[in-house]
Structures are given as structure tokens and as C-alpha cells.
Write a protein that binds this ligand. Sequence first.
Ligand SMILES: [Zn+2]
Ligand SMILES: [Zn+2]
Length: 150
Amino acid sequence: MSTQPHSQLSQAVLPLRRNRRDRLALHPADHVDARYADLADRRLAITLSTEDRDEENGLDPMERTTCRTHRRWLHQCVSSPLHVIIVTGHRWCRDCECALTVAVDQLAGDVSLNCPRCHRAPDNRATRQVIRAVRASLAAAADPGFQMSM
Ligand SMILES: [Zn+2]
Ligand SMILES: [Zn+2]
């Protein structure tokens, strides 16, 4: 007959040490990269930081709602000549070989592209992608619940 005293009690009260070093712990939802720490628009700074990281992990740069180069929401700088990418056909009319103009309607949350020569927007993947990304940029910049949604 074994009558061991309950000397193991101390083990039961050891604090649970669970260092969950998951991605959320390493990169909290409101993480702002030092590169964007000076931006007044905190939501923009957070989204830039997140999309920079996502891009490193495979996000198509043309799907971004923010611009790493201009440090702005895409709809604020998509009309810059730097956003004309001839090779891929983004903001570019291949028939006329000229840059598409961009009209952003902030109130309606919409965007339209137009070729100044043929007065059309090329019906192709690149054009649809620019429009989709700018619409997402407008929505993200305007959404008051953005930070809560994480
Ligand atoms: Zn830009
Ligand atoms: Zn054209």
C-alpha cells in the first residue's frame, strides 16, 4: 500500500506560460513601420505597413490600395505618371500608345479611366485591376470601422 503524500501540488499552480509567438503577436494589427511613422493619417500608415509586408509575402503590387512610392492612398496618386506601366498595360492604351487619364470621384467612391485619343478605356485585365484597386482604396480610406474590423 503506497501512501504518497500529495507533494506534487506545486506543479498544479505553476503559471501557464504559453508564449504564443504567432504572426499576430509579432505584427499587431496596428503596426506602423518606421518608414511611415511620420504620416498624419494613421489608418494610411497602418495600411501601408500591412501591404508592404503582404507584398513581400506575394501580394500583387497592383492589388494594393496604398502606394509605397508616394506614401499615399492609391486614389490620391494614381493619376501620377509613375502609375503608367507600359509593359503591363496599367493605365495605358496599347492601341494609341498613350497614357490613360484618371477621374476619381471621391463622393461616389468610383473611378474611371479614359484614353485621350480614342476616348475609351481598354477592356482588359490591367484596366479592370486599376479600377478595382482604386475603388478599394477609396473604400478603405473612407471606412470609419476600418481599425475595428481587425
Ligand atoms: Zn503612387
Ligand atoms: Zn486609346
